[in-house]
Design a protein around this ligand. Structure first.
Ligand SMILES: Nc1ncnc2c1ncn2[C@@H]1O[C@H](COP(=O)(O)OP(=O)(O)OP(=O)(O)O)[C@@H](O)[C@H]1O
Ligand SMILES: [Mg+2]
Length: 269
C-alpha cells in the first residue's frame, strides 16, 4: 500500500473454514492511522472472521485465508503469529470478553504485559489504563467473575492496552451490555483514540452506536462488504436506516440475547 496514512489494508481476502466452508468472499477494507473504523453487519456476516484473519487467530478455528492479502503499513502480515503482531502493535479484543474468571481485575490486566520486561513502563501503562477506566481501578482487587459485564468488557480492552498497541481490533464491545454502559465503553474508546492516538477497527452489530463514534464504516453481509462510507453519510443513508438502524430491534435483540445467554453459560461453566 503506497498511501502512508493507511495503517491496515485488507485486500480481497477469502476465508475458508474446515477446508470447505467459504465464509469471506473477497473482503477489502482500509483503516487509516488514527481512525476509528466500524465493521458492521448482523449475525454471521463475517465480522469476527475478518478480525481473526487480520490478527491471525483463524488457525485455532480451522480457518485459512485462501486469497487476497493483508498489509500493515505496507508489510504483508498473513504469516505473522499473533505474538509477532502484538510486537508490531496490533492486538485483538475478542468477542465475548474472555477475562480470566478466577483472576482479579489487576491480575487480568497484567496478563496483557507478560511479554514486556520493563517493570517501570508496565506500571506506568497500568496507571494509564486506570485513568481511562476508573471503574477498573475501583475494582482492581475483585475477582473478574464477580464484576459486571461492563467491567469485564473494560477489563478486556484494558488488558489489550497493556500491550501498548497502536491498532486495536475490537470485536463487538456492546454485546450483552445495557445501552448506558455501551455508551460509556464507546466514550472511552473515543478518548483513547483522541488522546493516545490508538487506531481502532471495531466490529459491531450495534450500527447506531458504532456510527456515532466511528469516522468510517463498512457494512458486511454474507461475507461481503455491501457498502462503505463516512460514518455520518452511512447514518443518514436511507438503506442503512431501513435495514440497520430502523429495524425494530426485536429480531436482532433476540439473537443478541441468545448469544449473551450462551456466553454467560460458558462463563459460569
Ligand atoms: N470455526 C468456524 N467453523 C465453521 N464456520 C464458522 C466458524 N466460525 C464462524 N463460522 C461461520 O462463518 C460465518 C461468519 O461468522 P462470524 O462469526 O465471522 O460472523 P459475525 O459477523 O462475527 O457474527 P456475530 O455478529 O454473530 O458475531 C457464519 O456463517 C459462521 O457460522
Ligand atoms: Mg462476531
Amino acid at each position: 500500500m503506497s498511501q502512508p496514512n493507511i495503517v491496515l489494508n485488507v485486500n480481497g481476502i477469502e476465508v475458508i473454514y474446515n477446508h470447505v466452508i467459504l465464509v469471506l468472499k473477497g473482503v477489502s477494507l482500509q483503516v487509516p492511522e488514527g481512525g476509528i473504523v466500524a465493521l458492521l453487519g448482523g449475525n454471521g456476516a463475517g465480522k469476527t472472521t475478518t478480525l481473526r484473519a487480520i490478527s491471525n487467530l483463524l488457525k485455532a478455528e480451522r480457518g485459512d485465508v485462501t486469497k487476497g492479502s493483508i498489509e500493515l503499513r505496507g508489510e504483508r502480515i498473513e504469516n505473522l503469529s499473533p505474538a509477532d503482531l502484538v510486537k508490531r502493535g496490533v492486538v485483538q479484543v475478542m468477542e465475548g470478553r474472555h477475562c480470566f474468571a478466577h483472576l482479579t481485575i489487576e491480575e487480568n490486566l497484567m496478563t496483557g504485559s507478560y511479554t514486556r520486561a520493563d517493570k517501570g513502563e508496565v506500571a506506568a501503562n497500568l496507571d494509564k489504563v486506570y485513568t481511562y477506566f476508573p471503574r477498573l481501578k475501583t475494582r482492581r482487587a475483585s475477582q473478574a467473575a464477580y464484576t459486571s459485564g461492563g467491567e469485564q468488557q473494560m477489563c478486556a480492552i484494558g488488558r489489550a492496552l497493556m500491550t501498548n498497541p497502536n491498532l486495536v481490533l475490537l470485536d463487538e464491545p456492546s454485546m450483552g451490555l445495557a445501552p448506558q454502559i455501551v455508551e460509556e465503553v464507546f466514550h472511552i474508546v473515543k478518548d483513547l483514540n483522541t488522546k493516545e492516538k490508538v487506531t481502532f477497527l471495531l466490529a459491531e452489530q450495534n450500527t447506531n452506536m458504532a456510527l456515532k463514534y466511528a469516522d468510517y464504516g463498512y457494512i458486511m453481509e454474507s461475507g461481503r462488504i455491501m457498502m462503505d462510507g463516512k460514518a455520518q453519510d452511512l447514518a443518514n443513508n436511507s438503506d442503512v436506516k431501513e435495514f440497520y438502524l430502523g429495524v425494530g430491534g426485536d429480531g436482532r435483540k433476540s439473537f443478541r440475547d441468545v448469544k449473551s445467554y450462551k456466553r454467560r453459560k460458558r462463563w459460569l461453566a
